[in-house]
Design a protein around this ligand. Sequence first.
Ligand code: RB5
Length: 142
Amino acid sequence: MKIALASDHGGFELKEKIYKYLLDKNYTVENFGTNSTESCDYPVFAKKVCDAVLKNNYDRGILICGTGIGMSIMANRFKGIRAACLSDKFSAEMTRKHNNSNVLCLGARVLEENLAKELIDIWLTTEFEAGRHQKRIDMLDL
Ligand code: RB5
């Protein structure tokens, strides 16, 4: 699985830990920045990851900002992106089973590191159930 990963300054430190975590688990991961805690604009980094998923054959994207919310607002503006901003394990499972989410947004100022890793593990390993849920996904693109 190829994963595109990025953050803004608010998510930088957690993103670096997640990058190493995913590499240690033998995922193929591209780190699209940001590369420091210097202030930057989350829409720029959300776009990099969404483009990677939509145009460059990345299977999934992970975006981290302070709350995860700005990243998810931006990501969901891209047709074909289904971004989920998560902070609990149940939703991590259900958004894969029911929404086939392809981008995960996390808040570095919301989540403890270990919970962020648990959410990522669940989200990366849970399959889409398709069936009745596919019809609903087909209705998302206006
Ligand atoms: C940056 O301070 C913060 O606004 C950003 O990381 C994010 O939380 C926006 O949704």
